[in-house]
Design a protein around this ligand. Structure first.
Ligand code: SAH
Length: 362
């Protein structure tokens, strides 16, 4: 083991030496959530001092706008007296805290909400408990563990953290990317080509050499949300970076706000991939829900009134605090910042009003 090697690199190399190369999805899962050495298991990566910054950490306005959207859906659906307010992958708990604070303007809404955080990392659960001190928050391991009932669900930068499989098109089928050892280093390689049933529909729109990605955990998570919402009411909002239809290698590693090598120091960099919103929409469509169009985050926030909110907050600030606030508004909404890179999609029970800020598929 070289001096610079991370503990997780040693563990993965030993496993590959004994058992052979592993699919990229297994590698990613270990890097992110290995119980002792995984990226999310060992740190709070958010904010200026961390590796990346997310929308809720940029400004309270992000969570407030999500709160407005959920509150309107609650009113539109007859103000259910009890509902599960769930967040997938809640990071520091900031978004949930901002949503709950906005709910306090409607006391009956706040009283009806049962906030539940679906979080895999014990370290981040502790951080979320600090942020949400004073709220009756609960934690679960997976969406399947949520209590039944109307479900108001938010997932911001959750699906991009789920492990992906990558496949390179070959004349005879698909070669899967797997992580093996070359001269003692972790390196990506390719399996021999074989047919992959889940990718049969991509044979017609790809050419040999092109890469497509699959997120194996995504369909079941998305379908479970839509089943509950279709049968019991509620709404799901997914905000993430990505697009419609997976195409190309989108795996990326970030460390200290800079791109890193995905294979050099496992467990120390955030690994993400673009979210294929088409896969979410397809899983949702199996339930009795209406699926909205996919729209840019900036447009969604503008339609919910973020600029009026930004102006009201700006009037109470001055000097550098005011400039930082204005920059945060720009960062969340401007097309050259997060406004266009990040997309939003939602689903709601068939026959109910579309969630505020979103629009139907044309
Ligand atoms: N939504 C937050 C954090 C995004 S980072 C924000 O916007 O700031 C991804 C989050 O998902 C982290 O909290 C991470 O620990 C969590 N996570 C990753 N994989 C998970 C899984 N399989 N189940 C539950 N949580 C997971």
């Amino acid at each position: 083991m070289s001096a610079a090697e991370t503990p997780l690199a040693g563990i993965l190399k030993a496993r590959i030496a004994a058992q052979g190369p592993m699919p990229l999805s297994d590698y990613m899962a270990e890097c992110l959530l290995h119980p002792r050495h995984g990226y999310y298991s060992t740190r709070d990566p958010f904010g200026a001092a961390g590796d990346f910054i997310t929308a809720p950490e940029i400004s309270q306005m992000f969570g407030e706008m999500i709160g407005v959207c959920l509150a309107q859906a609650w009113l539109d659906q007859g103000e259910p007296g009890h509902f599960v307010l769930a967040e997938l992958g809640p990071g520091r708990g900031t978004l949930m805290a901002d949503v709950l604070r906005s709910f306090r303007k409607l006391p009956a809404l706040h009283a009806a909400a049962r906030p539940i955080l679906v979080e895999a990392s014990a370290t981040l659960r502790a951080r979320q408990a600090e942020t949400l001190a004073g709220e009756r928050a609960e934690w679960r391991d997976s969406i399947a563990d949520l209590p039944e009932g109307p479900l108001f669900l938010v997932a911001n930068e959750f699906f991009d953290a789920l492990p992906i499989r990558q496949f390179q098109r070959d004349a005879a089928g698909w070669r899967e990317v797997q992580v093996g050892l070359t001269d003692g280093r972790l390196t990506p390689g390719l399996t021999a080509p074989s047919p992959i049933a889940e990718l049969d529909h991509r044979l017609s729109d790809t050419r040999p050499g092109e890469v497509v990605e699959l997120c194996p955990a995504l369909p079941a998570i998305a379908a479970e949300a839509a089943r509950r919402i279709g049968a019991q009411g509620g709404v799901a909002l997914v905000i993430d970076y990505g697009g419609w239809h997976s195409r190309g290698d989108t795996l990326q590693a970030l460390s200290g706000h800079a791109p890193a090598d995905s294979f050099a120091a496992p467990g120390t960099a955030d690994l993400t991939a673009h979210v294929d919103f088409e896969a979410i929409a397809r899983a949702w469509s199996l339930a009795d829900v209406a699926v909205t169009d996919i729209i840019p985050q900036g447009v969604f926030l503008e339609r919910l009134g973020i600029t009026a909110r930004a102006e009201a907050l700006a009037a109470r600030l001055s000097g550098t605090a005011q400039s930082a606030h204005i920059a945060a508004h720009r960062r969340l909404t401007h097309p050259e910042e997060m406004g266009n890179l990040f997309k939003v999609i939602g689903c709601h029970p068939a026959g109910t009003a579309i969630p505020a800020g979103l629009w139907p598929v044309s």
